[in-house]
Design a protein around this ligand. Structure first.
Ligand SMILES: Nc1ncnc2c1ncn2[C@@H]1O[C@H](COP(=O)(O)OP(=O)(O)OP(=O)(O)O)[C@@H](O)[C@H]1O
Ligand SMILES: [Mg+2]
Length: 330
């Protein structure tokens, strides 16, 4: 990973929280519960965590699809909450999101070319001929032949549909794309191709990705930095290598040790650590450390005090009262 100057921060998140109402009054789902991090231009910022840990909710909040309940979000130095409707719409173009299911994102009755042009039209670009040219260029860039322009989504494979979504997003020239499980639905054989395409586009356009997945082998492969989420909180954040080779949080270590064989040797732990029990409800998260009910190292303080989110080693953050020590031979 190249050294990144602080001036190239594209996204700043501090103490961000998103709560959803429940049927019971005064009780909320704490889907995102106070997270802080920055994302730099041109980097891939991986987010991992079990199902229900709040990854999608975080991703939606990052691109202003949901308003945060608490905390602050700066996109390119601007707080979207301070913008009026028109300015927000313009601002949003720079910060896009892509989801797992390309079928849900494509209108089955629209030809591919029209789907790819649509974001430009919505953004107010009126010149249809120019939009068409931009759309065809974007399609070529993601490896879709021009003859696909006249086809409908059902005439494309899953990987091709995902390329259409990427082309659609690219026409807007965003600075950051939140990718939420974007390769999860794809066949393993084409997953690599689509991931390589993401990497090429990043180099070409200086794009930043927030890459959400629960597939550790994907995230470790493509991320510059990785954040580990659990029950709405960040447990650990660090350079991908450091986090995989010397995890500081017991939860990270448990996630890594649960990973089946195709991990790089450096990421395999000698002794598997089992996660005890089920993930608690985000309506009623544990006091203190969210992970303590499943942690082998938990003590009294873990129930009493929420651990501070601190930079334990340069660039390597952790929220834990008992972070794992790095062994001397490393
Ligand atoms: N609109 C909503 N209303 C109420 N609760 C919600 C809503 N959206 C998400 N939740 C809850 O918030 C929590 C976090 O959900 P989220 O979809 O962000 O998790 P996730 O990490 O993306 O999970 P997965 O890996 O399964 O996609 C879950 O408990 C979920 O049930
Ligand atoms: Mg999700």
């Amino acid at each position: 990973m190249a050294e990144i100057a602080p001036s190239t921060v594209v996204l700043q998140v501090s103490d961000l929280a998103v709560e959803f109402p429940t049927r019971q009054r005064n009780r909320t789902v704490k889907a995102v519960n106070g997270v802080s991090f920055d994302v730099y231009a041109g980097e891939t910022f991986g987010v991992i965590g079990e199902s229900g840990s709040g990854k999608t909710t975080l991703g939606r909040a990052l691109v202003s699809l949901i308003a945060p309940t608490r905390g602050r979000l700066l996109l390119g130095g601007v707080d979207p909450a301070t913008l009026g409707k028109a300015a927000l719409r313009k601002h949003r173009r720079d910060f896009q999101i892509m989801f797992q299911d390309p079928n849900a994102a494509l209108n089955p009755r629209m030809r591919i070319i029209d789907s790819v042009m649509e974001p430009l039209e919505v953004a107010g670009h009126r010149d249809r001929a120019m939009n068409r040219t931009s759309a065809l260029q974007a399609m070529a860039r993601v490896g879709l032949p021009a003859e696909f322009a006249q086809r409908y989504p059902h005439q494309l494979s899953g990987g091709q549909k995902q390329r259409v979504i990427i082309a659609r997003t690219l026409t807007l020239r965003p600075r950051l794309i939140v990718c939420d499980e974007v390769v999860a639905a794809l066949d393993v054989s084409i997953r690599g191709e689509v991931l390589n395409l993401f990497a090429d586009l990043q180099r070409e356009f200086g794009l930043a990705y927030v890459f959400i997945t629960h597939d550790l082998s994907v995230v470790s492969h493509i991320s510059d930095r990785i954040a580990v989420m659990y029950l709405g909180c960040l447990m650990e954040l660090g350079p991908a290598d450091a986090l995989a080779e010397h995890p500081l949080h017991p939860y990270t270590q448990a996630l890594l040790s649960a990973e089946p064989i195709p991990m790089p040797p450096s990421m395999r732990r000698q002794e598997p650590i089992e996660l005890k029990g089920e993930i608690p409800s985000p309506v009623d998260p544990p006091s203190g450390c969210a992970f303590r009910t499943r942690c082998a190292f938990a003590t009294e303080i873990c129930a009493a005090v929420r651990p501070v989110w601190e930079e334990h080693l340069p660039g390597h953050w952790v929220a834990c009262h008992h972070p794992l020590a790095r062994t001397l031979d490393r």
